[in-house]
Design a protein around this ligand. Structure first.
Ligand SMILES: Nc1ncnc2c1ncn2[C@@H]1O[C@H](COP(=O)(O)OP(=O)(O)OP(=O)(O)O)[C@@H](O)[C@H]1O
Ligand SMILES: Cc1ncc(C[n+]2csc(CCOP(=O)(O)O)c2C)c(N)n1
Ligand SMILES: [Mg+2]
Ligand SMILES: [Mg+2]
Ligand SMILES: [Mg+2]
Length: 286
């Protein structure tokens, strides 16, 4: 059992839409949407060995700020709740969380402190976006282009020992400016690819009720010393680039770096060069 199938068991309680996006959305009735997201990270499952406390704080903030970025929103506030095995870890940890939040124009505005056997962190973020620019996982339609920012697979390569990509893994940068530009260019859908490109494609395809046809000739594969670049690219998590769909005519107005990897089709599924893509990625399991 993994976290995705477990989530299926509570969708009827929370709502299909509420459990199918990076952020919850609250209509402020003044033309803007308040978006919010929360994430939990643990020492043993989420923080690779050798990370500094500062890097753990940065990563904890980044995972949530990335969800806010993926809606095209401006992050405003971040709350950081920390369960600590050792109180001496708090200051350097929070220095990292504050640095990450400030780097994208957000403020750490509260949180909580508890004692715990394992470092356990919950970050909750809030952002604001004009309703007309709020991107969701729904909205992709046949004929749109499928695009990504960044190079998927670098975090996974670092996890497998490639020191060149250490920063990609340990201090990921939430793509706030890129998210806003993509949303303003009238992308039809957007999400971050925290759990890997392939699983994110399936999540977006399901939310939008469409399918994706990818062409591997267009893949911007990572330069890796060992392992399979394609495996890392499709199935590695922790990169925090953005996946978005956009009508071809809107692409010329988009002033940010991106890679077109495929097109949206009406048939449900995800294919690459004619073959189905495996539906897997980073997951927590029991
Ligand atoms: N315990 C829960 N109760 C209610 N909704 C939940 C719960 N867990 C997850 N969700 C919702 O399910 C959706 C998918 O969650 P998921 O954690 O996969 O998304 P994510 O935050 O984009 O991914 P990541 O955890 O990699 O950042 C989100 O809308 C989230 O709010
Ligand atoms: C062991 C290990 N593997 C990969 C990563 C990269 N990583 C950081 S956050 C994240 C996904 C979001 O987490 P969640 O789905 O729990 O919210 C991933 C895949 C890591 N930090 N440690
Ligand atoms: Mg997300
Ligand atoms: Mg999240
Ligand atoms: Mg999650």
């Amino acid at each position: 059992m993994d976290d995705r199938s477990l989530l299926d068991s509570i969708r009827h309680l929370i709502g299909e839409d509420e459990t199918a996006d990076d952020c919850a959305g609250f209509d402020l009735s003044d033309g803007r949407i308040l978006v919010s997201s929360t994430d939990m990270l643990h020492e043993t499952t989420d923080f690779p060995k050798g990370m500094t406390e500062f890097e753990k704080g940065w990563m904890s903030a980044a995972v949530t700020l990335s969800d806010i970025a993926s809606c095209g929103a401006q992050p405003i506030q971040l709350l950081v709740a920390v369960g600590l095995d050792d109180p001496a870890r708090l200051v350097p940890f929070m220095e990292g969380a504050v640095a990450c939040a400030e780097s994208v124009g957000a403020k750490v505005a509260g949180g909580d402190i508890d004692s715990h056997t394992e470092l356990t962190v919950v970050t909750t973020g809030f952002g604001i976006v004009e309703r007309s620019c709020c991107c969701r996982r729904t909205g992709a339609s046949p004929g749109d282009l499928v695009c990504i920012t960044g190079t998927p697979g670098l975090a996974m390569a670092a996890l497998e020992g490639d020191e060149r990509y250490r920063k990609n893994l340990l201090t990921p940068v939430p793509q706030v400016k890129a998210g806003q530009k993509i949303a303003r260019a009238k992308a039809s859908s957007m999400m971050d690819i925290s759990d890997g490109l392939a699983i994110s494609l399936y999540d977006m395809a399901q939310a939008s009720g469409v399918g994706f046809v990818l062409d591997s000739k267009n893949f911007n594969l990572p330069d890796v010393c060992s392992g399979s670049a394609r495996e890392y690219y499709l199935y590695g998590g922790g990169d925090f680039g953005l996946l978005f769909c956009i009508p071809p005519a809107c692409l010329s107005a988009l002033d940010t770096d991106y890679t077109v990897i495929g097109t949206v089709v009406s048939e449900k599924g995800v294919w690459c060069d004619g073959d189905p893509v495996e539906k897997r990625g980073y997951a927590h399991s029991w």
